[in-house]
Design a protein around this ligand. Structure first.
Ligand code: SF4
Ligand code: SF4
Length: 424
């Protein structure tokens, strides 16, 4: 789709402003009632999904242009999807998140990028990763000594896809390595793509680089199909969303699991048993792309139609991605099954979770916005009295590490696989 295809949606948005808040019946306090990191940071309507619809329309009608200010606003969006979930409480015929991304693509087409974005995409094209400065030749170093099968040379049922952050960043290779150790301990027949392992490019799509995403996705689909694996498992929520929601549009057919779903399954089947107590009180952060954006793709073909020449609808009924069926229960079930661990919840959870701030590569291209978003979540986590903030995505983990809450306090941050391994 192009921006012009969204014009009917831009005109249909009713300015109800529901996209700025957690749905009202879910708000537990005024302090944690906001849902959109962008407007919370920019404090001006154009930062919200509503404002983005208005801006898109104004760009199409030439009532606005891509000035430095509007360009900055367009890209100051983590693509967290919180506005999308809030809008769909009452609206069936708007797609705020798709529009936000299309607006970014429109700006990119006109050469209106943020500093750093071109370099990130250049790295994706040349080195097959969006981690700037990383080299393709070093991608497999994280797997050394784990005894993982190379699925370009032999077969396994399950393909482990580490994602770029857990492949290259020395602070986060621990997540990939712990995931592999645990899965192997449970007897899973596991391999990875070796030299054919590339970036999923999900973050390129979040940033609006649709062509770069599609060419990377097609190369990955060829490699995944050639491996013969029946299941893909990843510890990264961005990879998960890319495989679960986006790749099927391009033909991917294998089962996709986040590692936490697989662990939950293995615990349930009695293939993983805990032997140690971990006496800790934790709170769990739902990563946006595992939670509200983790719903599976549903194929649909149909037409838009109007009832009484007024009400927009689709025939047959369209799938409605409102976040309700994201991955929320598996991580909570895994945490609750670990002896000694006490889970205390934050106010904004499940599909109403506050974003970590790292989405759309904002952690690199707009660090002030990104770290402010992380600080807000650390404040909320500390308000629970938890001793650690647990998540299931290396991007969330890295953004929370060192972030200070409104009282200047940090919090210990753990990936869920680390917590699991402590108890084995
Ligand atoms: S995707 Fe997230 S950051 Fe972007 S406008 Fe929506 S709620 Fe705000
Ligand atoms: S985008 Fe949706 S929630 Fe936001 S103002 Fe428009 S109709 Fe309301």
């Amino acid at each position: 789709m192009a921006l012009n295809d969204f014009r009917p949606m831009e005109e249909r948005c009713s300015n109800c402003l529901g996209c700025k808040w957690i749905p009202f019946d879910k708000v537990k306090s005024q302090r944690y009632g906001e849902n959109c990191p962008s407007i919370s940071w920019g404090n001006f309507n154009t930062y919200s999904a509503r404002g983005r619809f208005e801006l898109g329309l104004a760009l199409l009608t030439k009532d606005a242009d891509l000035s430095p200010a509007t360009t900055d606003i367009i890209h100051a969006c983590t693509s967290c999807g919180s506005c999308d979930v809030a809008c769909k409480v009452s609206r069936y015929n708007l797609e705020p998140l798709d529009h936000n991304i299309e607006l970014k693509a429109y700006a990119i087409e006109q050469g209106k990028l943020l500093p750093g974005q071109a370099e990130i995409i250049d790295s994706l094209k040349k080195e097959k990763t969006m981690i700037r400065g990383a080299k393709k030749a070093a991608r497999s170093a994280w797997a050394e000594g784990l005894g993982l099968k190379d699925l370009t040379k032999e077969k396994a049922d399950v393909l482990f896809f580490p994602g770029c952050k857990s492949s290259y960043d020395e602070k986060y290779t621990k997540n990939a390595r712990a995931s592999v150790r645990i899965l192997k301990k449970a007897g899973v027949d596991l391999g990875y793509l070796g030299a054919a392992d590339l970036c999923c490019a999900g973050r390129a799509l979040q940033m609006g680089f649709k062509d770069a995403f599609e060419s990377s996705a097609k190369a990955n689909i060829r490699a995944i199909e050639a491996s013969g694996a029946k299941i893909i498992v990843t510890p990264c929520s961005d990879c998960y969303h890319a495989f679960k929601r986006q790749y099927p549009k391009l033909g991917l057919k294998v089962e996709v699991l986040h590692v936490v779903e697989y662990l939950d399954r293995l615990i349930e089947e009695g293939k993983l048993a805990f032997t140690k107590k971990v006496p800790i009180r934790v709170t769990y952060h739902d990563p946006c792309h595992l939670g509200r954006l983790g719903e599976p793709f549903v194929a649909w073909e149909g037409k838009e139609k109007k009832i009484f020449n007024q009400i927009h609808t689709w025939e047959p009924r369209r799938p409605r991605y409102n976040g309700a069926y994201g991955i929320y229960d598996a991580p909570r079930s895994v945490i609750n099954s670990i002896p000694g661990v006490e889970l205390v919840e934050m106010e904004r959870i499940r599909e109403y979770s506050w974003c970590c701030g790292a989405g759309s590569a904002c952690n690199e291209t707009n660090p002030e916005f990104s770290s402010g978003t992380a600080a807000e979540r650390v404040t909320e986590a500390n308000s629970t009295g938890a001793g650690a903030l647990v998540t299931a995505c290396p991007w969330c983990e890295s953004n929370f590490r060192g972030a200070k809450d409104e009282n200047g306090r940090t919090i210990e941050v753990l990936d869920i696989v680390e917590l699991v391994e402590m108890a084995l």
